[in-house]
Design a protein around this ligand. Structure first.
Ligand SMILES: *Cc1c(COP(=O)(O)O)cnc(C)c1O
Length: 356
């Protein structure tokens, strides 16, 4: 039995793998593979339509918000967001909360001015800023709702920041109820919580677009993707199909509220165990701990290596921490079962007993 704690690409429901494999061999009993049909056909169009509609339904989006499925990963959005929203002489406000926020800030600086509304860099990104200072003239405020590497998460969203709100939700998209309509741009690579690598979800409030004089390359202008129903060019058809299957699965589970309860139960089990075992330490401020990516360490590096070996032996994959943080990190995305968390926490208890 494998327990997959990978940070991304990451665990998906088994039935998604089964149905996706079937579609490669024979898509909907057509005798054709999903990999060999045109994207502008009556075979694929319903896949695109249903995937976008399911995002709209699961996130309860209003008609101002458009759903796009694009190429290029979240990393492309680091650049595409300011290209579409930030004028050369304008200011954008960014929160600096970890590796991913830092990358987003770097790209924004290519297009306009950037202010840091709040930073936790001095504390090694082990918390979320307690207070923000956002200029009223800022084109938008950017937050990274979940820092996948640092293991922090915004539990209080700064909806009242006074300017349009933009969020990188790559690693906690559809994991919990948020007021998605109060964001003006939401983007997320699918490979953490929503499907396979290769497709990017972008939710954009169309009222924030079209305000710049900058010429925008056709493929990078959100307005063109909206006008073309997210089919400006060949979309990543297979990744979109896997995303559709994952969204259907999520709806069958009861949607965002139901999955949030599961995610809360998993996080509760993990962190309660962590806090009960002095051998393991959690560097992240308790109130800012991520329910998706939990980071933990040991003081004794030899024991760390021994625990990693034990995890490996027990079929636990993806437990090693990110190279920039060390220690351990486990990702508890939507598709990870509580049984996997139970198996890991049992192993932690056992190991602590042997080495206490
Ligand atoms: C993984 C990740 C990214 C990068 O996504 P790509 O699809 O590889 O470009 C960006 N932001 C966050 C928060 C991530 O977890």
């Amino acid at each position: 039995m494998i327990h997959n704690f990978n940070a991304g690409p990451s665990v998906l429901p088994k039935e998604v793998f089964k149905k996706a494999s079937q579609a490669v061999l024979d898509f909907n009993n057509t005798g054709l593979s999903i990999l060999e049909i045109g994207h502008r056909t009556s075979l694929f169009q319903p896949v695109m339509d249903e995937a976008r509609a399911l995002v709209r339904e699961l996130m309860e989006l209003d008609s101002d918000h458009e759903v796009l499925l694009l190429h290029g990963g979240a990393t492309t959005q680091f650049m595409q967001v300011p290209m579409n929203l930030l004028g050369e002489d304008e200011l954008a406000s960014y929160t600096e909360t970890g590796t991913w926020a830092v990358k987003a800030i770097k790209e924004a600086k290519l297009f306009g001015h950037v202010e840091i509304a709040g930073s936790t860099k001095a504390g090694n990104f082990t918390s979320i800023p307690e207070e923000l200072s956002v200029s009223a003239t800022a084109a938008y405020l950017h937050i990274t709702t979940n820092e996948t590497i640092a293991g922090t998460q915004w539990h209080a969203i700064p909806y009242e920041c006074g300017v349009p709100l933009v969020a990188d939700m790559s690693s906690d998209i559809l994991s919990r109820r948020l007021d998605f309509n109060r964001f003006d741009v939401i983007y997320a690579g699918a490979q953490k919580n929503m499907g396979a690598a290769g497709v990017n979800l972008v939710v954009v409030n169309k009222n924030v677009l079209g305000k710049l004089s900058r010429p925008i390359p056709t493929i990078l202008d959100y307005r063109n993707h909206i006008a073309e129903g997210s089919m400006l060019n060949t979309p990543p058809v297979f990744a979109i199909y896997v995303m559709l299957l994952t969204l259907r699965w999520l709806k069958e589970q009861g949607g965002v509220d139901a999955i949030e309860q599961c995610n809360n139960a998993k996080a509760e089990l993990f962190y309660t165990t962590l806090d009960s075992l002095p051998l393991f330490k959690g560097p992240v401020a308790v109130e800012d701990r991520s329910k998706m990516n939990a980071v933990f360490v040991m003081d004794n590096k030899e024991l760390e290596a021994a625990f990693l070996d034990l995890c490996k032996k027990e079929g636990m994959v993806g437990v090693k921490g990110h190279r920039s943080v060390g220690g351990f990190r486990i990702s508890m995305y939507n598709a990870l079962t509580i049984d996997s968390v139970k198996a890991l926490t049992d192993l932690m208890k056992h190991f602590a007993q042997q080495n206490g």
